[in-house]
Design a protein around this ligand. Structure first.
Ligand SMILES: [Ca+2]
Ligand SMILES: [Ca+2]
Length: 224
């Protein structure tokens, strides 16, 4: 991705311009009551018919661009010394921000899986994130991310040893992290057994992705 191009576009100005164009014509409001950006799903009904396909595409594009810029801003704030103000496409996957800086972000610092999350998203497994890695992390955690994408990443996060199954050892670590080490060993074992009892449908002693999906479909907030 060419971040320089995004930075040079001055997306805010363009986005505002487009927003005005929309409101002038009373097609729709570019921002909602509380200043949030109206999602494409809100563009239904008669108003939608009034928007040309090109106009609609532009609206989505600008919305996306604005979002991308704010994600870059967040990324750069983590380590302004290391991250150049204007990045080349090459730097988006070579420059990294170290794990110990990423895990202090407000969104992550209370999350018991923060280190696992960074490791799963970091391309080299170290937990240090390039801008590309960071962008992936942001999109998976965004509300718009499809549930099945979130499930794939949740599975990776819980699969500590990376063998594509969630076994008793993975579950032990996950349960310990989830309960913030407040359970004793025996209690942890009990929870692990219970999860496997319920979830391990083919009795191989571990959860495949399919089995895991079924387990977490009962828990709406499994990534928190
Ligand atoms: Ca595993
Ligand atoms: Ca199984």
């Amino acid at each position: 991705m060419d971040v320089t191009a995004f930075a040079n576009e001055n997306a805010h100005e363009r986005s505002t311009r487009f927003g005005n164009r929309i409101t002038d014509k009373n097609w729709l409001l570019a921002t909602g009551k509380n200043g949030e950006t109206v999602s494409s799903s809100a563009l239904m009904g008669d108003e939608r018919k009034a928007i040309s396909a090109i106009g609609f595409f532009h609206f989505l594009f600008e919305e996306n661009l604005t979002c991308l810029l704010s994600v870059f801003k967040r990324y750069r704030e983590l380590d302004p010394q290391r991250v150049p103000q204007v990045m080349t496409g090459e730097e988006a996957h070579t420059v990294t921000v170290p794990l110990d800086k990423v895990e202090k972000m407000p969104e992550l610092k209370e999350n018991p899986f923060r280190q696992r999350i960074c490791k799963v998203f970091s391309n080299d497994g170290s937990g240090n994130l390039t801008f590309d890695d960071f962008l992936d992390m942001f999109s998976v955690f965004s509300e718009q991310a499809p549930r099945n994408v979130k499930q794939v990443y949740a599975f990776k996060i819980y699969d500590y040893d990376g063998d594509q199954f969630i076994g008793p050892k993975d579950l032990e670590q996950a349960v310990t992290a989830l309960t913030r080490a407040e359970l004793n060993e025996e209690e942890v074992q009990l929870v692990v057994e219970k999860v496997l009892d319920e979830g391990d449908l083919d009795d191989d002693g571990k959860l495949s992705f399919i089995e895991f999906e079924a387990v977490i479909s009962k828990a709406p907030d499994f990534l928190g």
